[in-house]
Write a protein that binds this ligand. Sequence first.
Ligand code: ARG
Length: 590
Amino acid sequence: MASVTSLSDSVHQRLAAALSAALPQAGSADPLLRRSDRADFQANGILALAKKEKANPRELAAQVVSGVESGELIKDVEVSGPGFLNVTLTDRAITQNLAARYADDTGRLGVPHAQQPGTTVIDYAQPNVAKEMHVGHLRSAVIGDAMVQLLEFTGENVVRRHHIGDWGTQFGMLIQYLEEHPHELDHGDGENLQASGEQAMSNLDRLYKAARKFFDSDEEFKTRARRRVVDLQAGDPQTLATWQKFVDESKIYFFSVFEKLDMDIRDEDIVGESGYNDMLAETCRLLEESGVAVRSEGALCVFFDDIKGPDGNPVPLIVQKSDGGYGYAATDLSAIRDRVFAIKANTLLYVVDARQSLHFKMVFETARRAGWLNDDVEAVQLAFGTVLGKDGKPFKTREGETVRLVDLLDEAIDRASAVVREKAQDLSEAEIAERGTQVGVGAVKYADLSTSANRDYKFDLDQMVSLNGDTSVYLQYAYARIQSILRKAGASRPAAHPELELHEAERALGLHADSFAATVAEAAAEYAPHKLAAYLYQLASLYTTFYDKCPVLKAETQEQIENRLFFCDITARTLHQGMSLLGIRTPERL
Ligand code: ARG
């Protein structure tokens, strides 16, 4: 068994047992154990419990104390204040716990798998065909990827879905133009994905602008373009083949951006809006027959008591337009049926901009009324806020245009490379370029993941690549510094020495390392990757204190040196594992 019971779980069990022995009528009561500044842990649950059971809190606390055995695990437990408990652990228990995590040869640091994993479909990284990716798509990709990693790490079965915008009336114009100018998408094979990605996007952009010009100025073209929409929806093979060219060209571009983001996106997980075309009519029929949707002025609508427009009139969710066309809602409702009934998911997670919250609120409520979602299958929008510029307004270029994701990543990589170059001691040019990319992309991801997703955040490259403060660069340097110490010591797997007394800074670091499993579980369950980011930042800070206070290579005895190297290594492994769950690299040398 590679999984390790955490210190706080062990202490919790002992206190809970003593508590129910002291107060049998309370059943399995929670002692509410928390990390504390005064001791290692504090139990805060006794006060409220005593009140509820009309007992004297200090007496109850004293009874619990006498029921807890001190020994291998607990060094000291005492009553404090009106009925709190302060718990101090033995040094030996702390070191032994870390040693057990260190010995886990699966690389999971003793983190247990979920007892009853379910299936979660994560809808994330969903750019739109024939369009440039922007910062909003960055957030969905970065947060979604972290959630995929986090949930898979806990043992959840994760199905990824990239719900790309690959359908709609806008394609009529593009297809018609390409039919009339058939060589516009031809291009020589690019040398690499990056180059061909840029080429693909510039082709699409040029084509879009040209088609738009015709559409706006040429009435006959406009008519032909509108007819194309009908052909597309009717599934005319020639029209579909041309449409497919746009999708393929766009995928070349998407994949190049995802590669730059150091993100593993698989073609088979791209199921765009068009993937649900065959289900749309039936979705509407089911909703209409069950009375969930009703015809209103020819359109098929779902109404909600609490959703009204500025004029006070109810705003419906339109499932089918009066001209028979289907839109975004019909597609999302069909996707829900697919994910619930074909994929058999228990949870549907949507990593989508908060500005689409009303849409999802209505879609989820509709699906609930239809019985597709219920107590056993829930849908959640992990809604993220807007990316702001330094001025606090939505991020735009100086010309007022939306910022291209690629430009932004390139700039981050440039800045990061400058930082790496300045600090580099023994790195070659090639290494500087590679690390610059890892640090730059990491900086962008970390900035996104370190604030709670629903908040807006400022895109500030100076802050993002700063070596001081809550940045990925700080964490990456902490990791690289540890590696350099381990290299210097020539220690491949330093041994733990549980018999040694620990310094305050070692205890703090050790106890924090112990709570990695709990943090991962919490971040996964609450869809809150920022909790993992905060944890890692604190780990690096505690390490810095440890390193200041406790000489490692110059420690007094050989055992002491080894034990401290062991503390260094477990910290590094925890940093590495945690950062990789956030999709961020930890270079061995910086
Ligand atoms: N393509 C959409 C956009 O760029 C996001 C899709 C979100 N997912 C969904 N199932 N509606 O805004």
